[in-house]
Design a protein. Sequence first.
Length: 368
Amino acid sequence: MTAAVAAFLVYPLLRGAKAADDDRAGEAAVYRDQLRELDRDLAGGLISADEADYARAEIGRRLIAVSAAEPKAERKPVRPHRFSEAFVLLLLPVLGLCLYTALGRPDVPSRPLADRLADPGNDMAMLIVKAERHLAEDPEDGRGWDVLAPIYYNAQRIADAEKAYRNAIRLLGPSPIRLDGLAETLMAGAGGVVTEESRKALEQSLSLEPDNPRARFYVALGLEQAGQTGQAKAAFEALAKESPADAPWLPLVNEHIAKNGGAPVVAGGKAPGNPTEEDVAAAQDMSSSEQQQMIRGMVESLDAKLVADPNNFEGWMRLVRSYAVLNDKDRAASALKRALAAFPADGEEGRQLMALARELGIAEGGTE
């Protein structure tokens, strides 16, 4: 394949001089044909003698100009494209080989598509293709749509995710998880805005599970976006007060409470990093900078605990959120990367971590 591409690129360089000769010869032949055509028109009475003389003079001038060009035998040889040819024939293949050696996997044997579909592993693209092929054969398989919907969402295929959630709800019935997923997908398609349709899905989710924190948060967010500051603050405060003390969403909820003019709520005497009641009481007498330093110390303490025991999913969720609240997106991204090492992105916990990262505007390599 490399040789074929190189030949395709070099061919125009090799035939450049010959193409110029062919063009010049063709141009002279056209002028000679025009002279013969002019004689026929004059003989047939289609033009006058004066018109014929004028046209013959113009065509003759052009023919002389072409014929007077330097003969091929005496023409200076065209300078070959040595550098371009060397680059195409030598440097380009060598560059491709170096890139493949550095980035490719020459130690991994090639696998036919059928084998990769049979065992997709963590390959998201293969998982999607496998599910799509199955659903093309059995479009009424609700479980298949239920599995495919969050995969589409994580792959940023929002329109496909919306279709999958709708099919799953139609075939399997509404559930809080499906309705919340549909609402988030609609919001993603609207640039993060809680639309009327997404609000209806969230309200239906709350009718099935009134204590659903995910739906309650988005409903409160919709109130905030609609400019209903007082109702939004009350909804966020109620969510914070009724949440577990170590709930990973508390830092974000407190952000929105402050944004709507309220004071952050400490649920159960706990805050990010799990301070004791004595820590919270002591913090009341501190300056804002001292409080910030105390909170950062508690978050770093949580980070150290997770290094020692990484199999703590709720702890990773809380740590990523905490760093984001402290506006330390680099450490949040580092925490996300370490969390995904313990809970891969293709699992349920991994998908929740990725959803949290999108919500906070965090990527594994840093801020988005």
